[in-house]
Design a protein around this ligand. Structure first.
Ligand code: PLP
Length: 386
């Protein structure tokens, strides 16, 4: 397909028409683990499923096209993708990471730091002075997550890239919260993008997967070598499902972020609500940067409720929202990061990151927004101190 097509067309038509045998519109699923060699001295295009698989390769090409990457490695999970990126580090090298990144990322970085594999420095990346100071101490990798999970903080990617360029530090962005439909970190100067494809890219809450995308061929080849060597590559069926989800990514994202904007504005008016963290609101401190570096504000938001609102009881009263971890799927979700997604962080680390016990994170799905607002209002009516 022509690379001049709009990204939405690339996503919806990925791999379509590539089947030469029967001309199936939907590309077939190749489950085979191994491939026959015609001669033992002539390596075929695919020889072993961990190293390469045609279904996974179709997804990898589609994601590379969407992120403007030289290459992509599809992995078994988002955490496998982050682990893969960390394989680029030599023992003892330092990573700068956001102080409020996904709890699993914090856990992995802390575990690697505690076992002496690398050093980690968690900083508030919305504070460019703090990023600069951390870079001055020496770091091989600057790992960004923007918008951050769960507080939707916005980091200025281009500004961080400019700071990192002075010390030749690799800049990686976790683009899970927006997907390539709304943000392309490589175009903003990053070296690597990671995704948990479990979220928006698959969008149907039935696959765990990840992807690593690199700006240059050598970096893409190095990552692909590590993916094969460590065995973190994604399964064919998961790739097939994810490719199917990807076809509707743009339509889902548009609908979901439209609802998220209305949901955020409406919640602001409730007396039980202390703060709404949604980058689309002009009061959000990262609003202007988000306008500049994103093509939309996404479908995630978090809400700080006033003292006296028992968030556990509030969540228990929700009927349309599901109380569950994860995000970016067709279904709307509510969670308490402190006891769910970010429970792996110590209470001190959560406090430093600003993640209170009363914070509720919402992932807005494809239901009618009036049903979502009505659900939250009814639950609040049921728990509000009278
Ligand atoms: N990155 C972010 C921003 C996430 O929210 C998550 C999971 O919630 C991950 C990475 C990890 O992805 P996975 O659960 O697919 O391993």
């Amino acid at each position: 397909m022509s690379h001049k097509c709009h990204p939405q067309t690339l996503a919806s038509n990925a791999g379509v028409g590539a089947n030469s045998e029967f001309q199936a519109i939907a590309p077939p699923l190749y489950l085979g683990a191994n491939y026959r060699w015609n001669r033992s001295d002539e390596k075929p295009q695919y020889d072993y499923g961990r190293s390469g698989n045609p279904t996974r390769a179709t997804l990898e090409q589609a994601l590379a096209d969407l992120e403007g990457a030289a290459g992509c490695s599809v992995t078994a999970s988002g955490m496998a993708a982050i682990h893969l990126v960390l394989c680029l580090l030599q023992p003892g090298e330092a990573v700068i990471a956001p102080h409020d990144c996904y709890g699993g990322t914090q856990r992995l970085l802390n575990a690697y730091a505690q076992t002496g594999r690398l050093k980690v420095n968690f900083v508030d990346q919305t504070n460019l002075g703090a990023v600069e100071a951390a870079l001055a101490k020496g770091a091989r990798m600057l790992f960004l997550e923007t918008p951050s999970n769960p507080l939707l903080r916005i980091t200025d990617i281009s500004a961080c890239v400019a700071l990192a360029a002075k010390s030749d530090t690799l800049v990686v962005t976790d683009n899970t919260f927006l997907s390539p439909a709304l943000q392309n970190p490589l175009a903003l100067g990053c070296d690597i993008v990671v995704h948990s494809t479990t979220k928006l890219i698959n969008g149907h809450s039935d696959v765990i997967g990840g992807a690593v995308l690199a700006k240059t061929d050598p970096l893409a080849e190095e990552l692909s070598w590590w993916a094969n060597t460590t065995g973190v590559t994604g399964a064919p069926f998961d790739s097939y499902q994810t490719l199917r989800g990807l076809r509707t990514l743009f339509a889902r994202v548009q609908q979901q972020q439209c609802s998220a904007g209305r949901f955020a504005e409406t919640l602001l008016g409730r007396p039980e609500v202390k703060q709404v963290y949604y980058p689309g609101l002009p009061i959000h401190p990262g609003h202007e940067i988000a306008r500049r570096q994103q093509r939309g504000f996404g479908s995630m938001l978090s809400v700080e409720f006033a003292d006296g609102v028992n968030v556990v009881e509030f969540l228990a009263k929700l009927r349309v929202f599901n109380v569950a971890e994860s995000l970016g799927g067709f279904e709307s979700l509510a969670c308490v990061p402190a006891t769910m997604t970010h429970a792996a962080m110590t209470p001190e680390a959560r406090q430093i990151a600003g993640i209170s016990d009363g914070l509720v994170r919402f992932s807005i799905g494809l239901e009618h927004v009036d049903d979502l607002i009505g659900d939250v209002f009814a639950a609040l009516d049921g728990v509000s101190p009278s």
